[in-house]
Design a protein around this ligand. Sequence first.
Ligand code: ADP
Length: 389
Amino acid sequence: MILWWANILFGFKKKNKIGENIQGLFDENALSETALNNLMLGVFMLDKSGSIILSNFAGNQMIGYESKETKNKNYTNFIKITDAKGVLIESSINPIARNLIEGGKITTDKYFLSSRNNVLRPIGLVINEILDQAQKSKGTIVVLRDLTREKFLDQQRSDFISTASHEMRTPVAAIEGYLALALNEKMANIDEKARYYLEKAHASAERLGKLFQDLLNSAKAEDGRLQNNPEVIDIAEFLESLTSNMKFMAEKKGLNFEFLINASKDTSKEHYLVNVDKDRLGEIINNLYENAVKYTESGQITIGLTGNPKVVQLRVQDTGDGIPAEAIPHLFEKFYRADNSSTREIGGTGLGLYLAKEIVKLYDGRIWVESEIGKGSTFYINLPRINRS
Ligand code: ADP
């Protein structure tokens, strides 16, 4: 019996040559049990009704019970999945309960485990339906990974980045301010050469300030400290309020600007309600728009809004150089900048799209890009639509 479970877990196959040899040397049950108990991961096997059939040493340690106390009892009293405050997760969204009903595989590191003594630890969960040879569901394997140390290190790293970028922002802002004063004709007399150098220094100080701000925001996004006060807003109205500045930015670079709702220019018809923090959404749209302008030499930038009863879809479309196919999977990673002539010339931090992805995640949305070299890029954001009758 134990070997059967271990086969599922570790992929031991009777036909496997190494497996055969090992089985020749050792008692197969003892071997699988030792392997299971020496794992750093907690493993629980549940039958279809949710009773614990088997558990390993690490799993028992995490929940604070011994195997003999839990065997053949329902998992709910022992594997207590909670939120960060230790409040039990409702059964309708509890991933183990869901897996027992829906089957398949669930992977998540959103939850916490509360032990017998109410010790709370962040956990990674992999929950996998067990199928027999006739593909009939037999139950579920729950694998738990203690993320306490990982989260602690993440927190330390993110605290360091926050403090460092916060401290560095202040002197950089002062440098930027003094350079601006030196460049102001009413405040200082400088010759043309000095102006040229100071302008370069001012642009670099500005860029450094933006880098620190982006670093601070990405550290905050990672540990959930990003200010987020969602409210229901009409995204069509919100976009409308940004269009005059957008038009100005585009026209300054000789680009056309268009704002389309449902593929038409009439912006007055439908309501597109979403539940978001306006400041956060504004940051994402600004970043996408600034990128579109930055990476487009000629043509048009289009802001589009459309939707169906469930989703509102926003798009920022440009007629720029486009993004190489091999860069697309990495675009939303931290510090990633596609390596091409325009990014070498144009300043940037490589954090804007990463931050956009983190913010969109806060609202259960999705962000992605479609792009073709020489034709341009379109960034899409889908957000859940709020329906009000
Ligand atoms: P950056 O500060 O470098 O603009 P982002 O995270 O906003 O950082 O974007 C990451 C990279 O994605 C950019 O460096 C650029 O290579 C590419 N990129 C983003 N938007 C566009 C666009 N509209 N057209 C072409 N490339 C883009």
